[in-house]
Design a protein around this ligand. Structure first.
Ligand code: DGL
Length: 262
């Protein structure tokens, strides 16, 4: 069973991509809707939450853990691997970095993400190690998460804000932009339109799904083949609005089950 967690329901974009690749592998998802957002919180607190979320998924029988949340992927991985040394972890930052490196021609790469992800400087470190010639330009885009959760995917207000966030990256001449947040794949078309069609976008939900599939093919001991079934979705808080948001991200209605992590 694959365990996937996120600060909330945005990580269902990752669930959707993993289901496309592994439709018969059982999935259990935890969305920390009681404590969302993570993108405005400190690395320390996000790490604490990430450990609790992982414990919960392992208790349910998950054999591998996918950290769908970009903010947790940026801040909590060292600690998670230290606390759970035997668990294979997947995160969304490294595959996105690799894809961006493969796509860029001029080695100027842009990143849009939450503030905490940008401030973690994880991408700066990874690119510096992988290719010191890469220039990374990062832009926090904090207004996009609430706009997307409101379902304002194509509204003029959203388009204007996307345009504003992309101006500094375009002025630097980036040819590739990483969508560094669970939510952004939902407005990929608007981002592409405002970025210009020659700029390449990296969608982390697609990249991490490729990695998970490749790993499970190589390590069948972690793979559980089951009947095609709906993923089990647990949340730490439930409201009609969270149900609506889940539907937005997964593209269909799904039952949410409330759990208490304490
Ligand atoms: N899931 C978060 C991320 O990908 C976005 C929402 C939040 O700030 O919690 O960074």
């Amino acid at each position: 069973m694959i365990g996937i967690f996120d600060s909330g329901l945005g990580g269902l974009t990752v669930v959707k991509e993993i289901i496309k690749k592994l439709p018969n592998c059982p999935i259990v998802y935890f969305g920390d809707t009681a404590r969302t957002p993570y993108g405005t919180k400190s690395a320390e607190i996000v790490t604490k939450y990430a450990i609790e979320n992982t414990k919960f998924l392992l208790k349910l029988g998950a054999k591998i853990i996918v950290v769908a949340c970009h903010t947790a992927s940026s801040t909590a991985m060292d600690k998670l691997k230290e606390v759970f040394p035997d668990v294979p972890f997947f995160e969304v930052v490294t595959p996105s970095m690799r894809k961006a490196l493969a796509l860029t021609k001029n080695k100027k790469i842009g990143l849009i993400a939450t503030r905490t992800t940008v401030e973690s400087k994880i991408y700066d470190r990874l690119f510096a190690q992988a290719d010191p010639e890469v220039k990374l330009y990062s832009q926090p885009a904090p207004l996009l998460v609430p706009l997307i959760e409101e379902g304002w995917l194509k509204r003029p207000e959203t388009r204007r804000i996307v345009k504003k966030y992309l101006i500094p990256l375009k002025m630097k001449g980036v040819d590739t932009i990483i969508l560094g947040c669970t939510h952004y794949p939902l407005i990929k078309k608007v981002i592409q339109e405002k970025a210009g069609k020659r700029r390449k976008l990296v969608d982390p939900s697609e990249e991490v799904a490729v990695e998970v599939e490749a790993f499970l093919k190589k390590h069948p001991e972690f793979y559980t083949e089951g009947e095609k079934q709906e993923p089990k979705i647990f949340v730490s808080d439930i409201t009609p609005n969270f149900e609506r948001i889940a539907c937005l991200f997964l593209g269909r209605r799904i039952k949410l089950e409330k759990v208490n992590l304490e």
